[in-house]
Design a protein around this ligand. Structure first.
Ligand SMILES: Cc1cc2nc3c(=O)[nH]c(=O)nc-3n(C[C@H](O)[C@H](O)[C@H](O)COP(=O)(O)O)c2cc1C
Length: 155
């Protein structure tokens, strides 16, 4: 049996609900990636080119500071959940990835979104971190069966 850690970032609660469900149903440990400065609804306004999220996502080298990190050394599989922002993972996911040692671990990314898929998110992360082992990702809406999610994690 593999040791699984579920990590996630969630700005408005959707990803959080799904991550908590995955962790509680399977008895996995869970870690929330919390920004040092919480995103306000104004920060998340993607229709405003001057909002915090728009400005941040226009500079893919920016790393939004996180309040805390965690020890991933005891896990074989690290799940990373996030909302899609501008067709990819929010850069706070990069902050987290760079704060831990994920080498040798199977990384399983899942996203929630308004419709955008996970594949570009995973390929963007894989090209930024070519030495890490990103497995096939999954876009979740909350209506998927627990079995389907478990199968994806165990695959
Ligand atoms: C700044 C920003 C950019 C977004 N960009 C996309 C996008 O490119 N494609 C998409 O389908 N949804 C996009 N969304 C919608 C979110 O991915 C979706 O609402 C997600 O489920 C929110 O998750 P959360 O509540 O865990 O933060 C965006 C939302 C925000 C705030």
């Amino acid at each position: 049996m593999s040791n699984v850690l579920v990590t996630y970032f969630s700005a408005s609660g959707v990803t959080k609900g799904i991550a908590e469900k995955i962790a509680s149903e399977n008895d996995y440990d869970i870690f929330e990636i919390v920004p040092e400065e919480i995103y306000t609804p104004e920060d998340l306004d993607w229709t405003n080119k001057n909002s915090r999220s728009t400005i941040e996502m226009n500079d893919k080298s920016f790393r939004p500071p996180i309040a805390d990190t965690t020890d991933v050394s005891g896990y074989d599989i690290v799940v990373i959940g996030f909302p899609v922002w501008w067709y990819t993972a929010p850069t706070i996911i990069n902050t987290f990835i760079e704060s831990v040692d994920l080498s040798g671990k199977a990384i399983k990314a899942f996203c929630t979104s308004g419709g955008s898929g996970i594949d570009k998110c995973v390929s963007d992360l894989a090209s930024t971190y070519p030495d890490l082992d990103f497995k096939k990702g999954l876009r979740l809406t909350g209506s998927e069966s627990s079995d389907k999610i478990k199968e994806w994690i165990d695959d």
